[in-house]
Design a protein around this ligand. Structure first.
Ligand SMILES: Cc1ncc(COP(=O)(O)O)c(C=O)c1O
Length: 414
């Protein structure tokens, strides 16, 4: 029988010091380097702390015991709470009687449930095949680092997600960073340097995770055609949100092209965990042989795979929810713009409220929490210097009253 969860005692700092911190006298320079770095961060208001966020309902969270409306999740379609998704996880764990997969995919980690998920993703994306990684991060790193080599060249948007950046670095390809979505500079860089690489890639997010804006995919695709390049497209925040069937920016912008390597995640609109690449069998077979974050990492637990499989089938049919989400986002942007805030444009459920000052954004987020509204403050290095922002993430689960409350407290405190 499943017992109700007991809360674990939170370790006190004295326990941590006693059990975790080694004898500083053994490695004085190393430990004081760590201490100094953290001191500097604290001094600049840039220190990060992991806070317990206990879910209370699809839109309510308890942060450090304080109950608030949650505008800080990527659960755009509310699927993390969906009864059929939870049921799929529960049933598979009863059926297979096993939770973890127990091995990496090429050993014994690939079960029938994993094969079913691969097929569901390929069906959803309308591609020949797919491959599932343990996270979106692992999918990005493994894909970029295996497709590009030191003989190749990558043009990468300056605001790309850390996992694309790390993939680029690991690949050892020659790297050119272009200003955010700046097609003129990108074209110039490509014109000047394309000949330096055997193969060339443009790496970009489709929806940028902090600004919620979209990559100019049609133009990038045209440029790739013109200069014989591939586009590596991270659809993490677009899967399930954009396109009539939820296939992301590729579907939304009607760009179907052999030039694009499309990477998605199961952790945001799909409400589970895991990352994937979908595409022709040739690409998937290549990744099966070369993507180290897939080959050398344990396959996802079976109930999670079953839940993701259910969620993917639900996502496809959530066209009306996608439209509702976009109109909520457009309306919120227009209300905030009316109040004088800079919020970007478009229908993405990621609505940034630019405050541009690290200290102010932290204080504002704290004040909103006090008033029962949680909106995370995003600071450098996640965003560029002087571009700190409050990141509002909308979900179809947010009620009109909850969004009204958000606008009301921001109008009062912002
Ligand atoms: C644009 C983007 N790509 C990739 C990832 C990584 O995805 P996951 O959380 O599934 O590892 C994230 C997560 O924050 C993201 O925002």
């Amino acid at each position: 029988m499943i017992q109700p969860a007991k809360s674990n005692p939170i370790p006190q700092s004295t326990d941590l010091e006693r059990h975790i911190l080694p004898d500083k006298s053994l490695h004085p320079a190393f430990w004081s380097h760590l201490e100094l770095d953290l001191d500097i961060r604290r001094g600049q208001g840039l220190n990060r702390n992991s806070v317990i966020s206990q879910p209370l309902s699809p839109t309510l969270v308890s942060r450090n015991g304080k109950e608030a409306i949650n505008f800080g999740a990527n659960d755009y379609l509310g699927l993390t709470w969906h009864p059929e998704v939870r049921q799929a996880a529960f049933e598979s764990s009863l059926l297979v009687q096993k939770f973890g997969s127990g091995a990496s995919p090429l050993v014994t980690g690939q079960t029938l449930e994993h094969a079913r998920l691969v097929q569901s993703i390929a069906d959803f994306e309308e591609t020949e095949s797919a491959i599932v990684f343990s996270s979106g991060f692992a999918a990005n790193v493994g894909t970029v680092a295996s497709l590009a080599t030191k003989d190749d060249i990558i043009f990468s948007d300056i605001l790309n997600h850390a996992s694309l950046i790390d993939g680029c670095r690991l690949s050892r390809a020659q790297l050119f960073i272009y200003p955010h979505c700046d097609m003129a500079v990108l074209r110039e860089l490509v014109r000047e340097h394309r000949h330096c690489g055997r193969f060339a890639f443009v790496a970009t997010n489709s929806v940028f995770s902090m600004g919620g804006d979209l990559a100019p995919l049609v133009e990038i695709n045209t440029l790739c055609d013109e200069f014989d390049m591939q586009c590596i497209l991270d659809e993490a925040h677009a899967t399930g949100v954009y396109g009539e069937n939820g296939r992301g920016l590729v579907e939304h912008a009607s760009v179907s092209s052999e030039r694009i390597v499309s990477i998605g995640t199961l952790s945001k609109a799909v409400g589970c965990v895991g990352g994937f690449v979908s595409g022709p069998s040739l690409l998937i077979e290549w990744l099966t042989n070369h993507a180290r974050s897939w080959i050398y990492s344990t396959a996802l637990p079976i109930p999670i795979v079953a839940a993701a499989c259910k969620a993917i089938t639900l996502v496809r049919n959530m066209g009306s929810e996608r439209r509702e989400l976009a109109s909520k986002a457009i309306e919120l942007r227009s209300r905030l713009t009316g109040l004088g805030f800079e919020v970007g444009s478009g229908g993405s459920p990621i609505v940034p409220i630019y405050i541009n000052d690290t200290k102010k954004v932290m204080e504002l987020s704290e004040r909103l929490l006090e008033m029962g509204v949680f909106v995370p403050a995003i600071r450098p290095p996640t965003v560029p210097k002087n571009r700190s922002l409050l990141r509002v993430s909308l979900s179809i689960e947010h009620s009109t009253d909850e969004i009204n409350r958000l606008v009301e407290v921001i109008a009062r405190e912002g």
